[in-house]
Design a protein around this ligand. Structure first.
Ligand SMILES: Cc1cc2nc3c(=O)[nH]c(=O)nc-3n(C[C@H](O)[C@H](O)[C@H](O)COP(=O)(O)OP(=O)(O)OC[C@H]3O[C@@H](n4cnc5c(N)ncnc54)[C@H](O)[C@@H]3O)c2cc1C
Length: 440
């Protein structure tokens, strides 16, 4: 088989990349190993993630699924003094901030909707597992992929551009095509999660007081690196997850389910008040070591998108947005590369990857600043001088901006530095300093 563009992974990143390519007149082949619908974690979106989806004309079909919309994120600290609220806000045509909302999705439904739509628009889908990369004569070059069909039969698919959108599977990294996969700062954490029925939701919403809306995402901060999420998925079901140092999880010696149910009662008084019945509506699952980065994630005939090259920490729900936004940025480049306008593409994709990295660096600063100095971070959120900058960052307006546009980035980095010097932050970020010293 020979195809211009092969996309590995039919999750939201792969499906939206396919739709962006189709809008550019490029018909891709998607290789997905699972039969959809399938379970996946990562349910809360940013405001700009919604804009990416709407830009593809997907608003009405996603709305038809009836996903709840959050008005913002409420972060509750255990002692109350560092609690804060960041509303979902968009920028209008005059660059004024206006109230917005963002979907929270049951991923089995959402992912299937996107993949079905990509196929309806003309993408080709094959249910198969990518098993081996096909290299070119130049060691950096990729010329295709060997896929394995459910029957066990193998087939070579030659491609001019192979896009890895396999998420945390980081397929091209495991094939040794990218530079090595390195542990990220939050590599020593583990997330344990499931769903619960009918907890106490936001109360007293009067149509005005957005922080009390029953569909909001709530983050419960217990102590450094110990927190929980609460993400409503429909009128009854709420996704809950607890994230802690792996050493803490191991020290408890509990099953995932027992751990989660106990933590729901003990982690935070406000969480315990909300979760009356800790019976789980889904199997308890866990993801350890989710934090990593890959420095070189594009080359001749290949490109990594989204989680396949970097994942920092799930706390503020940036993952879906980043993977879908990167596809939006990459699609026109891929079209031009195929048209022979970009030479062998190496320089163009190197520029693209630097641009993507710079944007994610802003999130690294934000997350490091939060973990480094929760109180100082709360000050940046609430201070009128920096509040709108924080709102922009939470929404996703992090591309092609510098510290001049968002001076709060510098302050976030200063918070992280102070915490690092005080020994309160997980090890150095090797991506920046060439040194890693994990502390937990
Ligand atoms: C604990 C945790 C909580 C999170 N919470 C949030 C959140 O609230 N909000 C948010 O935005 N993000 C969240 N994320 C991140 C989010 O899950 C990801 O960023 C998002 O799913 C990435 O989408 P994707 O399409 O790039 O990859 P995925 O959704 O992972 O899809 C990849 C697809 O590739 C397929 N695949 C893998 N290997 C192969 C292969 N060899 N051959 C063929 N197909 C293959 C898989 O079956 C899968 O369908 C969270 C992450 C973690 C770890």
């Amino acid at each position: 088989m020979q195809r211009d563009v092969v996309i590995l992974g039919g999750g939201p990143g792969g499906a939206t990349l396919a739709m962006h390519l189709l809008a550019e007149g490029v018909k891709p082949l998607i290789v997905e190993k699972e039969t959809f619908p399938r379970y996946h974690i990562g349910e809360s979106m940013t405001g700009e993630a919604v804009n990416v989806l709407r830009s593809l004309g997907l608003g009405p079909i996603i709305e038809a699924n009836g996903h709840p919309t959050r008005k913002g994120a409420l972060v509750l600290s255990s002692k109350g003094k560092n609690s804060w609220w960041v509303p979902v806000m968009l920028r209008d045509a005059n660059h004024e901030l206006v109230e917005g909302e963002a979907w929270q999705v049951r991923r089995s439904v959402f992912d299937q909707t996107l993949l079905d739509e990509a196929v309806r628009r003309g993408a080709e889908l094959v249910k198969a597992r990518a098993v081996e990369v096909v290299r070119g004569p130049d060691p950096d070059e990729v010329r295709g992929v060997v896929i394995e069909h459910p029957s066990g039969e193998r087939e070579v698919v030659h491609s001019r551009m192979l896009c890895d959108v396999t998420g945390q599977a980081t397929w091209l990294a495991h094939q040794g095509v990218t530079s090595p996969k390195e542990p990220g700062r939050y590599d020593k954490q583990i997330a344990v999660f499931s769903q619960i029925r009918n907890p106490v939701r936001g109360e007293g919403f009067d149509g005005v007081d957005r922080p009390t809306h029953p569909d909001n995402t709530i983050i419960f901060y217990a102590e450094l690196y110990h927190w929980a999420w609460f993400i409503p998925l429909d009128d009854e079901i709420v996704s809950v997850g607890v994230v802690v140092p792996s050493s803490y999880f191991a020290s408890k010696g509990e099953t995932k389910e027992a751990f989660l149910r106990r933590e729901l009662k003990e982690l935070h008084p406000e969480l315990a008040r909300r979760v009356v019945d800790t019976e789980l509506a889904e199997e308890a699952r866990a993801i350890p070591n989710y934090s990593y980065f890959i420095e070189r994630f594009a080359g001749k005939g290949w490109l990594c998108v989204g989680d396949t090259h970097r994942f920092i920490d799930p706390i503020f729900s940036f993952g879906l947005y980043l993977t879908m936004k990167e596809g939006q940025h990459a699609a026109p480049l891929i079209r031009r590369y195929l048209a022979g306008e970009l030479g062998d593409g190496r320089e163009a994709f190197a520029t693209h990857t630097r641009r993507m990295e710079t944007a994610i660096d802003h999130y690294q600063d934000l997350i490091d600043g939060f973990w480094g100095e929760a109180q100082g971070f709360a000050y940046l959120v609430n201070n009128p001088r920096t509040r709108n900058q924080v709102i922009d960052m939470f929404a996703g307006r992090i591309y092609d901006v510098t510290e001049r546009d968002i001076p709060a980035i510098k302050e976030m980095r200063a918070l992280a530095r102070k915490a690092r010097e005080g020994g309160r932050l997980y090890g150095e970020d090797r991506r920046r300093s060439g040194f890693v010293a994990p502390t937990a």
